[in-house]
Every structure is written in C-alpha cells, then in structure tokens.
Design a protein around this ligand. Structure first.
Ligand code: GLN
Length: 546
C-alpha cells in the first residue's frame, strides 16, 4: 500500500510550495523510493485549460492530454517522471463527478453533502493515483492557502485520510512564510502560528513545517515554532530563498528533511544519491557567457505564463555551458513602427504558444526579422503558425495570409481548423491535446536534433497548417521536416535557406529536463550561441603566436 505525504501552504500563496513538493519528490527518488505526485486545485474550473495565463500562468499538458497546473511541470522536471491526468484534481472535477453520480441515481434517497460525498470523491482520487502509479509514496499538494474557503473540503478529506490509511502511513507537511520586519530586524513567527492553529482547528497537526524566508532563521526561531506549533525542533526546516530553484532539494537534504520523512513514514533507509543534482547546481552557479535570446510573446508581463519555456531554455544553455540572457518582448511593441532595437542584440528569437489575435502582427514582424537577418528562430505551436503566416505573406507578396483564428475571412487561410474542430461548440478540453506521433524527415534540422525518425510530442492547439498551401510554400523553400504518420498534418517545418529557423506545432518545452535538454531547444541554442550581434564583443584570438 502507498504511503501519503500531504503538503499544505500557510500565510500567503506563491511561497514555493510547488517547488518544495517537487523537491521532496527528488529527495525520495534519490533514495530509490518510487514516488508519484498529485496537485489539488480548489477552484471550480474543471481544469485550467480555459483560464487566461494572466490568471493562472502556464497551462502544463501531460502526455495523456490533461491540461494542468504549472506545478506539474516542476514535478516532472524535478522527479523526472511523466505524470498523467490522475495527478491533477480540481474542485470543479470533484463536484462535476459527484453531481453526475447524483443525476445517475447512484445516491438514490440520500442527501448529497460535502461530507461525506464530496470528501469521499476526493479520497477516491488520492487512492486512484496510488493504485495506478504503484508508487511507494504519493505526495499530494493542496493548492491555495490554509484558511481559504474553497480549500476546506480538501483539508477535511486529507484529515479523514489519517484514519483511513493509519498514522504510520501519512505525513502532513506545512509550508509557511516567515516575514521579515525591517524596523526590528527580525523574522516573525506569528503568522505561522496562526496558520498552524487554523490547520489544527480542522483537525490536522503538521508533522513537519518548512519555513520559507528571505532572511536567515536562527535556532531560537526554530525553537519557538517547535514550541508553539508542537512540532519537533528538527522537523522545523528552514528554507531560505536560493538563487536557483534546482538548489532547493540540496538545501532541504542538508537540513535533514529526507531522513525525517524516511523515519516518520518508516521507509527503508537508503543513502540519497544527489550527485547529479549537485553537479547541476554547481554548473548553474558557475559564471558563464550568456546567449541573448528574445522571447516575443503576448503574456510576457507574467513570466509564469512561459514557465516551461524558460526552464527548457535554461536546460539548453547549461548543455552548451552558457548562461541565458532572456529579453521579454511584448509582441505588441513591435507593431506598426515598433521598436526593433531590442531585436538587434538577440542571438536567437523564440515565439512561444498563445491564443487570440492581440499581438500577432508583432510576432509576424519578429519572424520576418529572423528570416531576413538569418537569426536562429524557434517557433512553438503559435510560433509555428506565425512562421507559416510570415513566410506565406513573403511568398505570395501579400499581407493577407493569416490564420482563421485571427482573420476568419482571410483570402489565404494558411492556418485553419480541421473539419473535426469546426463542429466543436464547447471550449473546455476540445483542442488537440497530449502526445501524438511525428515522423521526421532525414537530413532536416529537426531530424538531426532528435537523432531518430519517430518522436511523440505534446500538443495543445485547435488550428493546423492548411495543406492547400503545402506545395506552394515548399517550392519557395519551406521544408516539412515533421509530419503525422499519415502525412496529413504538418508537425514541424523549417526554412531551407536559413541557418536555423525551425518551428513545431507541439510544445517541446514540456519534455525538457535539467541535464537532458529537449533536442530542439538544445540545437536552437547551439545555433544561436555563435551568432554575433550588436554590442557583442568578437571573441579574442586564442593564440597570440602569429
Ligand atoms: N492559438 C493556436 C491554436 O489554437 C495556437 C495554440 C498554442 O500556441 N498553444 O491552434
């Protein structure tokens, strides 16, 4: 039977609960303990797929096509697992399921209530992941902050779990923030005490408290939290802010968290192997020459909207022993007589995914700039559609080619809906989602990057390359380097007369891992790193003997 670790958050949101959960996974995996992870999101949306990135940040897509919270991306990257739809549970899903059962007559005669019907449905989801993943330990993150109205049913469900699975098989970890007061120059524990009180009111006593802080946490502070919150002193774990998220597992291990979990859950003690993780952090901290990449997108004000893209770029530059200098360019600023100066220092341009017409013309301009100036370009999903629109405009000598998403009546719909998509009336979960096979064309940049002929990649889009334009664009130099096995869908395209302009209809960023960068990101950086741009110093000759 699986054991469970439930992680709650206190005081404020965004303190790094997701990274802590992912790091706990790393510590267990480094001891050869099989883990799986689940995120509970208290909102009533069935999934975040219909939410604006401004509300929610990136939507992370699992291989089996679930649209999930971006924390799942961190779990995948830190634990190096591929999660499934069972790892993402929202209140919306729970209530829809309970109400569907009620309508079917499953509870005939009964009054349907939060306790027990909603909480039972929640617990079934916990058990389902445990059974399906066969993990020794299932780590479950409760989204939101303790005290939120929406989160209460989840807290009630996890409280009940303690009796269901037995006290030796469950652990409660509370992640809180210790704010710093400038006037007295000290970190304060009171908000943590209050949030633990709130947990206790529901009937949950945390076993471990992870204390986030921007300032050092003294032994005295640990003693105080231990006393007031009734947690062993060694189980009060300080987690100061670190320069890279990949350092968090090392900090937590250093503070003894791995051993405490093993002891408390009575797991088989094993030496952790965090060597690769240490090497990764050493590499990140070593000063390296930066590669200057411009990310031209619609939601750049909120960097979480491109979380996996940023991580994939980071993995790729590390491979080349370089650093990343990322310029975030709101695509609208390139429109009309927009300011191009920002692109002049870019060694590579990346256009990530997105929806809706706002900012599209600016992205097209960035693609023109990349094509004409031979700047390496990587287009991701929308970024591929933009590359096709741009190239079609160039080839047809018209500014009309477009996607029907942005101009429904365009004369040249180079990107369009497939017939199957046209009939769909609802929005939620109706895109092409999750893994699809893609056959690569030997000799292309894409095939060279992957080093294999058949790959599976994750999709999340409605619109596709319109095959009516295939021949015409091909004659002008577009190469369809990745196709669906039936050759009906263009999955990767690139330009023949360009050093490296490659785009894909899928989202490679979701598959990138620290220490194992995605091949397209790796080769994009490989092409960009040697491009000399404005303001750059040419490298000095290595030998002075001549
Ligand atoms: N809006 C485009 C589509 O639906 C691209 C989606 C994306 O970039 N994820 O096809």
């Amino acid at each position: 039977m699986s054991k469970y670790i439930f992680v709650t958050g206190g005081v404020v949101s965004s303190v790094g609960k997701g990274i802590t959960v992912a790091s706990i996974g790393t510590l267990l995996k480094s001891r050869q303990i099989a883990v799986s992870v689940q995120k509970l999101d208290p909102y009533l949306n069935v999934d975040p797929g219909t939410m604006s990135p401004y509300q929610h940040g990136e939507v992370f897509v699992t291989q089996d096509g679930a649209e999930t919270d971006l924390d799942l991306g961190n779990y995948e990257r830190f634990i190096d697992v591929n999660l499934t739809a069972e790892s993402s549970v929202t209140s919306g899903q729970i209530y829809s399921a309970v109400i569907a059962k009620e309508r079917r007559g499953d509870f005939l005669g009964g009054t349907i209530q939060v306790v027990p019907h909603v909480t039972t449905e929640m617990k079934e989801r916990f058990h389902l992941l445990a059974e399906k993943s066969k993990a020794e330990v299932v780590i479950i993150e409760v989204g939101g902050t303790v005290g939120d109205i929406e989160g209460q049913p989840f807290l009630e469900a996890i409280r009940q779990m303690r009796n269901d699975v037995g006290r030796d098989n469950i652990l409660f970890v509370h992640v809180t923030l210790l704010p710093y007061l400038n006037s007295t120059q000290e970190v304060k524990t009171k908000p943590t005490q209050h949030s633990v009180n709130e947990l206790r009111r529901i009937g949950i006593q945390p076993d471990i408290i992870v204390c986030r802080s921007d300032y050092p946490i003294s032994e005295g502070i640990r003693d105080k939290i231990s006393l007031f919150c009734d947690v062993e002193q060694k189980a009060v774990i300080p987690l100061p802010t670190v320069s890279t998220i990949y350092e968090v597992p090392l900090v937590l291990e250093e503070e003894g968290l791995g051993q405490i979990i093993v002891d408390k859950l009575k797991l088989k003690p094993r030496q952790p192997d965090l060597k690769q993780w240490q090497e990764l952090v050493n590499l990140i901290k070593t000063p390296r020459e930066p590669v200057n990449i411009a990310l031209v997108g619609k939601y750049v004000e909120l960097r979480d909207a491109y979380f996996s893209v940023r991580e994939a770029l980071q993995h790729a530059v590390l491979y080349h022993e370089r650093d990343i200098e990322l310029s975030w360019i709101p695509s609208e600023t390139l429109e009309n007589d927009g300011d191009y100066s920002v692109l002049r220092s870019a060694q590579g341009i990346i256009i990530p995914g997105g929806f809706g017409v706002r900012g599209i013309e600016g992205m097209v301009k960035a693609a023109t700039y990349a094509r004409e100036n031979e700047i390496p370009y990587l287009g991701l999903c929308l970024g591929m559609q933009v590359m096709v629109i741009e190239f079609a405009r160039h080839v047809l000598g018209s500014d009309e080619p477009n996607s029907t998403e942005f101009d429904a009546s365009t004369r040249y719909p180079v990107i369009d809906l497939l017939p199957g998509q046209k009939d769909k009336k609802t929005k939620g979960g109706t895109m092409r989602l999750g893994n699809y096979p893609c056959q690569l064309v030997p000799g292309s940049h894409a095939a060279q990057a992957y080093g294999q002929n058949l790959v599976y990649e994750r999709h999340r889009h409605r619109y596709e390359f319109n095959n009516q334009y295939r021949e015409q664009l091909e004659k002008a130099g577009m190469v369809y380097s990745g196709l669906s096995p039936d050759e009906q869908l263009v999955e990767v395209c690139e330009l023949a007369n360009h050093p490296w302009m490659v785009s894909c209809q899928f989202h490679p960023e979701f598959g990138s891992r620290p220490g194992r960068p995605h091949p397209l990101f790796r080769d994009f950086i490989g092409a960009a790193k040697n491009v000399l741009r404005e303001g750059a110093q040419p490298p000095l000759p290595l030998s002075s003997q001549s």
